[in-house]
Design a protein around this ligand. Structure first.
Ligand code: NAP
Ligand code: GDD
Length: 366
């Protein structure tokens, strides 16, 4: 049985990748951050009590800022494959916390690569680095392919540039099976709510149900090559299975503006986005990436990979999921209007059981 180690397993991609690997019979070990609130919602459906026999998913505390812990995990687990997805992944936020982003998203990769070498796994393990189309930034050619020069436009992209070259360097210097997936934007119902597609589908659903009346966005002209995350984790796995490591663009080959995404999403619930979307400069970036459009022909040729979900199908999938969540939110609001008084202690004077009643028909408890 193959053993995989996944950083960023609690994120969008980590959750889809864990599903894929478990379905293929892998034993999966994920590194998670200690958090004061639960951060495993995306993988809760996969998690089983480790005391049960035959469990295949294991979670370990760790952090990309902690080299010692990662080295220890490499010694203990000795994985066959490593999928390095953990990162501070928000581009706008990286302008606010550039130091942290550089440390976790850039240096985190070299810490993990060193942990692999230090534990003697360098020759044996296969390593995947979550590189990004943000590397192309101020694009030097369109469409962007593996040979297109990079021009990063944010602290996030600069950190990813470091991680990209660290991966190439460890491949060349130490003969490691280390590959970069240069993934263009990929979305899903599990996308973080502050990324633009999810922000739009959540708002369109909540507006439709009367839970919200405005959506504030930044630059509507930016264009992205949006695919489905479930398709993209399949490409990661295929890269790692190749005899030779390499770098691959993973994209749909189609680009759409943020405005078009709004039109499509609001249109699906019978609304005109122009009636609800307002501009807020806070959501703009000091330097923007105007256009991303990938050429995935190498991935098609070498990996036999192609995207299955179209732009329209993706938007529909996200809208359906967010409508469901908005309906649940509405139902919770409704149930909160039903008053359930706390029980008094049995010994206290005048204690009495009260059946739940609607606010509108309040019963006085004496
Ligand atoms: P995501 O949803 O933001 O997930 C990021 C993951 O990294 C989460 O599990 C997060 O943990 C973890 N993480 C953050 N800081 C960490 C730290 N200091 N130590 C350990 N783990 C940490 O991102 P995603 O969309 O799944 O993307 C996965 C990877 O692909 C990222 O590296 C991203 O930069 C890259 N990428 C994404 C796209 C895309 O369009 N989605 C495209 C190209 C590349 P918490 O859950 O605790 O926050
Ligand atoms: N987040 C956000 N919020 N973006 C907005 C908004 C808004 O209110 N309004 C307009 N946008 C524009 C951004 O300026 C950007 O041009 C575009 O929408 C997409 O923004 P995000 O969804 O935040 O994604 P991203 O392209 O910056 O970065 C994502 O994709 C990269 C791959 O190209 C992230 O997942 C990165 O981690 C990933 O590497």
């Amino acid at each position: 049985m193959k053993r995989a180690f996944v950083t960023g397993i609690t994120g969008q991609d980590g959750s889809y990748l864990a599903e894929l690997l478990l379905a293929k019979g892998y034993e999966v070990h994920g590194m998670i951050r200690r958090s004061s609130s639960f951060n495993t919602q995306r993988i809760d459906h996969l998690y089983q009590d480790p005391h049960i026999m035959g469990v295949k998913l294991f979670l370990h505390y760790g952090d990309l800022a902690d080299a010692v812990r990662m080295t220890k995990l490499m010694y203990e687990l000795k994985p066959d494959e490593i999928y390095h997805l953990g990162a501070q992944s928000h581009v706008r936020v990286s302008f606010d916390i550039p130091d942290y982003t550089g440390d976790v998203t850039g240096m985190g990769t070299i810490r993990l690569l060193e942990a692999i070498r230090e534990s003697g796994l360098g020759k044996k393990v296969r390593f995947y680095q979550a590189s990004s189309s943000e590397l192309y930034g101020k694009v030097q050619e369109t469409p962007q392919r593996e040979t297109t020069p990079f021009y990063p436009r944010s602290p996030y992209a600069c950190a990813k540039l470091y991680a990209y070259w660290a991966t190439v360097n460890y491949r060349e210097a130490y003969n490691m099976h280390a590959s970069n997936g240069i993934l263009f934007n990929h979305e899903s119902p599990r996308r973080g709510p502050t990324f633009v597609t999810r922000k739009i589908t959540m708002a369109a659903a909540r507006i439709k149900l009367g839970l919200q009346n405005r959506l504030f966005l930044g630059n509507l002209d930016a264009k992205r090559d949006w695919g489905f995350a479930g398709d993209y984790v399949e490409a990661m796995w295929r890269m790692v299975q190749q005899d030779q490591p390499g770098d691959y663009v993973i994209a749909t080959g189609e680009t759409h503006s943020v405005r078009e995404f709004c039109e499509e999403a609001f249109g699906l619930v019978g609304l005109d986005w122009k009636d609800y979307v307002r501009h807020d400069a806070r959501y703009e970036r000091p330097s923007e990436v105007d256009l991303l459009l990938g050429d995935p022909s190498k991935a098609r040729r070498v990996l036999g990979w192609k995207p299955r979900v179209t732009f329209k199908e993706l938007t529909r999938m996200m809208m359906e999921a967010d409508l469901k969540l908005a309906r649940q939110e509405l139902a919770i609001q409704h149930s909160e209007s039903i008053e359930v008084p706390l029980m008094m202690t049995p010994k206290s004077k005048g204690s009495q059981k009260v059946a739940p009643t609607k606010k509108s028909q309040k019963t006085k408890v004496k």
